[in-house]
Design a protein around this ligand. Sequence first.
Ligand code: BEZ
Ligand code: FE
Length: 293
Amino acid sequence: MAGTDEAAAAVTAAVVDSFRGTPDPRLRELLQGLVRHLHGYVRELRPTIKEWEYAVEFLTAVGQKCDPTRQEFILLSDVLGISMLVETVNDQSGGTESTVLGPFHVVDSPSRVSGDNVDCIGAGTPCVVSLRVTSVDGGPLAGASVDVWQCNEDGFYDVQQPGIQPLGNGRGLFRTDDEGRLWFRTVVPSHYPIPTDGPVGRLLDTSKRHPYRPAHIHFIVAADGHRPLTTHIFVADSPYRDSDAVFAVKDSLVVDFPCVEDPGKADEYRVTTPFRMAEFDIVMVPERNDGGR
Ligand code: BEZ
Ligand code: FE
């Protein structure tokens, strides 16, 4: 006989109550809320025992796929839109919008100075990216750190191609100058499929979802007295701009990468013509007194 709604509600109430002694009030709130929502899912959809076992096997496979350079749990959070939801509820108005971290920020970026080339291969279309970091009042933020990572023109990050790309290719840790500016040379990144050779790939395949992300460059920006920012810029004319597999595109982060033919500009930026150029302002929000959350 199927269990009654009353019996199910009693299980939920007991489990919520079991966390009432959690000393940290925020942890208590998060745990009790998790139980309420997970139990709500089960009570609404009534998975069979077989379906639950399948779910446990799936999550086990997700964990087993993780290693120091592969984070399948982040990937799962990404394709379920949870990563993007967490970013969105934490966005502060007035600043540059945030977006997902993704699973490829797994090695330290090499320290570089403004003007450096983050592309160690030298095969693709040259590209110049020029950034200016300010506070919400428009004042430049000197000495801000900007951690950059991107895939190559074929859509692969360095960590995905050991022996083909040197570690550090497409990556750089920069600091802004007195005007809050920095620029670097690179190649235009490609759109790419997120890794599909694991359980998350099977999930997408089973649901007939495509795995592609539009072309983008990642940044983590940190400036004294300001909230750290994790974001990307998206290449405006990239495929999949309207159907990112991880739901991370925000209109304010879409940037034109026009083609530049001017030899004077090419000399200025130490590249050859034609090259692509992207300019983007990053606005940081001052730290608020929120107890570190
Ligand atoms: C990335 O942009 O690196 C990424 C984000 C989410 C899933 C896979 C890759
Ligand atoms: Fe990426």
